[in-house]
Design a binder for this molecule. Structure first.
Ligand code: 1GP
Length: 233
């Protein structure tokens, strides 16, 4: 049987209503020596490992991915804070454009800077509309990109931003409340976005409990990303 590309696994999940779960590891907050134990503790429902952070020293992402690969068969997807986090050791790259903001550096600047590096990799590149939504506290994404999140009340703006991303050719939409958000993206927003788009939907930021996880899936998230919940327990 032909192996599916990473993106095909997203499409399949959407089609079959399967729930994908990604565990996010920030190389900046992670000791390489803890990788084996950590990967042993992640939930059996985990389908993907995301690696990335808002400000990570050069080389750290690559070293972490290589370590993860020693202990885990899960596909590793880079969720980069900037172009220096691109590593050929991963399986795929979320090629993010921060559509909620109006900072050209994160709309197209970083993407242009990444091209030379991408030429030397075999990464599967997945164009992704990245939409930052207010999670009740200042997120690292907002701070580093110097952009404002969209308030949760502005559902129409959020839905239209997601749709615009799809029309521009994005293959995924990522609704982000920010790592360590006080509260996650409201399920009403998730379902309205899901109704409007025909590409898979990722939701993350501030999801710590099983109830929040289930609420996100029930509202229509094809994948949920959890990071902080596993950093502390
Ligand atoms: C952040 O969506 C991810 O980019 C995960 O957020 O750390 O709050 O789980 P948490």
């Amino acid at each position: 049987m032909e192996t599916l590309s990473i993106y095909q696994t997203f499409e399949e999940a959407k089609l079959l209503n399967n729930q994908l779960l990604a565990i996010l590891i920030d190389p900046d907050k992670f000791e390489l020596s803890e990788a084996a134990d950590f990967l042993d503790r992640i939930p059996p429902e985990t389908t993907h490992i995301f690696v990335g952070g808002s400000s990570v020293a050069e080389g750290k992402t690559d070293a972490l991915i290589r370590r993860i690969k020693l202990y885990s068969a899960h596909p590793v997807i880079i969720f980069p804070g900037d172009f220096t986090q691109i590593s050929n050791a991963a399986d795929a790259l979320l090629f993010l454009s921060l559509l909620s903001g109006r900072n050209p550096e994160y709309l197209i600047g970083q993407q242009v800077k990444s091209v030379e590096r991408l030429k030397h990799t075999e990464l599967e590149v997945i164009p992704t509309s990245y939409i930052l939504i207010d999670g009740g506290n200042e997120s690292a994404v907002a701070r580093v990109t110097e952009t404002k999140p969209i308030p949760q009340e502005e559902i129409e703006t959020i839905v239209n931003t997601a749709k615009a991303g799809e029309l521009l050719g994005a293959k995924l939409v990522y609704l982000e409340a920010g790592s360590g958000a006080e509260y996650p993206v409201n399920p009403d927003i998730i379902s309205e976005v899901q109704n409007e788009i025909s590409i898979p939907l990722i939701v993350g930021g501030g999801i710590r409990s099983l109830e929040q996880l289930k609420a996100a899936y029930n509202a229509g998230a094809d994948m949920v990303v959890m990071g902080t919940a596993f950093e502390t327990s």
